[in-house]
Design a protein around this ligand. Structure first.
Ligand code: PLP
Length: 444
């Protein structure tokens, strides 16, 4: 991590004067203004799409977590967005980390985080990864099948194991139960096998699915975890860890927290000796990142020019204009394909101006990514000003979760870079958290 520069307005925008107001809106504008300047000098980077990552937003989410779930320690799911500044901030704020691979474990450990703050929460791991986790001092890991137990017995016999149970994931955008989670009926057999192999099972985890839109499912999940705890006692273990997974949606967070708190109170009335953790990903970062993309091309849809030249042009309700932007589903918008998201573009700047009159005439439009593949469609139909032209900028909110981390460079397009801001509410806390982290000597 020592190669990361510290975050100051000056080094985030080396080519711009120091920012007076640090809010992410200002950074979006400045990013675009910077592009205009580069364009005037015919610089190739002028049109490049970019993210604005608002670290104060991440901090705000952490405050929300602490206010609603003070007794549940968050282990941020690194896979969701392994941005180095996000990880550094969360490390400074004292969260734990849910890692899916050796790569993520190394990234977190390089920040100076103690291995006890990591859970290797992938129930199906390569033996070499299990062994490596052991060497790195990462002991906490999940399993949901007997083969995993044999692997762990060989490669990291002192691991602290967490049995991942299957719960109802039907109320989530991304169901995970088809791939992971031991049905309760299989748990006694797995625990017996773990005992036979002399392994230490310390608790239970579940995941209700990512992007959970009905947080009442946490109630049943905690109930099942209770049953699994009792199975642990039957098998001769004394469980001390409950991991309530991820799935937290920004808009439903307070509701989810309340279902969880109530369920824990009913099913774990005596919480002494039980540590409760969670693995939130999306909740922490989704809102914190916005994307600015440049309109690089514009054309009429094909239907207006019939392929059979003799036929009359078909009347259709298809979009009247197709806009092509410089990030797409092979890049940041992979979230449309993998994470079942919908993109909602809005105009950031038009004809060099940031003021778009509400009286602008609108056209039904579609928005496409830059590659030569026709699956690369960001938005099939949306209302955009008819005066929108090549060179104008579109904005997209909520682009922090499962976006850049899964982006490819298909067709040779580079990944969109991040401009950071610590500007919104909590800016000074963010800066001092990062500074404190540096002072504690974590190699920053
Ligand atoms: N934990 C595990 C094991 C996961 O697989 C995931 C997401 O896939 C998460 C946590 C994070 O979930 P979310 O982003 O919905 O909070």
């Amino acid at each position: 991590a020592s190669h990361l520069p510290s975050i100051t307005d000056e080094n985030i925008f080396p080519s711009l004067p120091p920012l007076l107001h640090g809010h992410s809106d200002v950074h979006l504008r400045n990013g675009i203004m910077n592009a205009f300047t580069l364009a005037a000098n015919h610089e190739p980077d002028a049109e490049r799409a970019f993210f604005v990552g608002d670290l104060s937003q991440v901090y705000q989410q952490h405050l929300r977590w602490q206010a609603c779930l003070p007794h549940i320690q968050p282990f941020y799911a690194v896979k969701c967005n392994p941005d180095p500044y996000v990880l550094r901030l969360l490390a400074a704020l004292g969260t734990g980390f849910d890692c899916a691979s050796n790569g993520e474990i190394s990234q977190v450990l390089a920040l100076g985080v103690d291995p006890s703050r990591i859970i290797f929460a992938n129930p199906c791991k390569a033996v070499s990864f299990v062994r490596n986790a052991g060497k790195m001092g990462v002991d906490m890991m999940t399993f949901d099948n007997a083969d995993e137990l044999y692997k762990i017995a060989r490669a990291h016999p002192n691991a602290q194991l967490v049995v991942r149970i299957l719960t109802d994931d039907t109320k989530s955008l991304c169901a995970l139960g088809i791939k992971f989670g031991a049905p309760l009926v299989t748990v006694p057999g797995l625990l017996a096998k773990a005992k036979e192999l002399n392994l230490n099972v310390v608790g239970v985890s579940f995941h209700v699915g990512s992007g959970c839109y009905d947080p009442s499912v946490y109630t049943d999940a905690v109930k099942r975890a209770r049953t699994a705890f009792d199975m642990g006692t039957e098998a001769g273990y004394q469980f001390s860890l409950l991991d309530v997974g991820g799935g937290f949606e920004d808009a439903l967070f307070e509701q989810a927290a309340s279902f969880l708190t109530d369920a824990i109170a009913s099913y774990f009335p005596d919480r002494s000796g039980i540590r409760i953790i969670a693995e939130p990903g999306r909740f922490y970062v989704s809102k914190a990142f916005r994307l600015a993309a440049n309109i690089i091309a514009r054309r009429a849809p094909l239907t207006e020019v019939p392929r059979d030249e003799a036929a009359a042009p078909a009347e259709s309700d298809q979009p009247a204009v197709m806009y092509y932007i410089n990030d797409g589903v092979y890049g940041a918008f992979n979230c449309i394909l993998f994470d079942h998201q919908t993109a909602h573009p809005y105009v950031l700047s038009m004809n060099g101006s940031f003021h778009v009159a509400s009286s602008e005439a609108l056209n039904n439009s579609s928005v496409w990514g830059p590659t030569c593949d026709s699956i690369d469609c960001v938005c099939t139909s949306t209302q955009l000003p008819s005066a929108l032209r090549v060179g104008d900028w579109l904005g997209f909110d909520n682009m922090g979760a499962y976006t850049v981390c899964a982006a490819s460079q298909f067709n040779g397009f580079e990944l969109s870079k991040v401009i950071y801001t610590t500007g919104g509410l909590g800016a000074s806390e963010v800066r001092s958290a990062l500074a404190r982290f540096a002072v504690e000597g974590h190699g920053l």
